[in-house]
Design a protein. Structure first.
Length: 117
């Protein structure tokens, strides 16, 4: 079965950086658009960044210029490099996989990112 396993979350000070990783298995990775969503308690999940199977990228306005999504098809892994982190970036971050350029078909279990001094 498909598994998406996130890692790399944690506590970081404002202005700091983190890199999230998502290792995929049980799927033909190169065929999927891969994304990162985040959720704060009491709010809806929001799309943070997306990389299509062709390598095109899309970002939420709130993270443009600070976050970078990248995929490594040889390693079945997608990354989210997060720089200049702000307290409002605090959330649980979820990795997603989408086969048909619509809503995600698969979700990871999530990893907590906390930005605080």
């Amino acid at each position: 079965q498909v598994q998406l396993v996130e890692s790399g979350g944690g506590l970081v000070q404002p202005g700091g950086s983190l890199r999230l990783s998502c290792a995929a298995s049980g799927m033909t990775f190169r065929l999927y658009a891969m994304g990162w969503y985040r959720q704060v308690p009491g709010k809806q999940r929001e799309l943070v960044a997306l990389v299509t199977r062709r390598g095109s990228t899309n970002y939420a306005d709130s993270v443009k210029g600070r976050f970078t999504i990248a995929r490594d098809n040889a390693k079945n892994t997608v990354y989210l490099q997060m720089n200049s982190l702000k307290p409002e970036d605090t959330a649980v971050y979820y990795c997603t996989a989408d086969l048909a350029d619509g809503d995600p078909d698969y979700w990871g279990q999530g990893t907590q990112v906390t930005v605080s001094s």
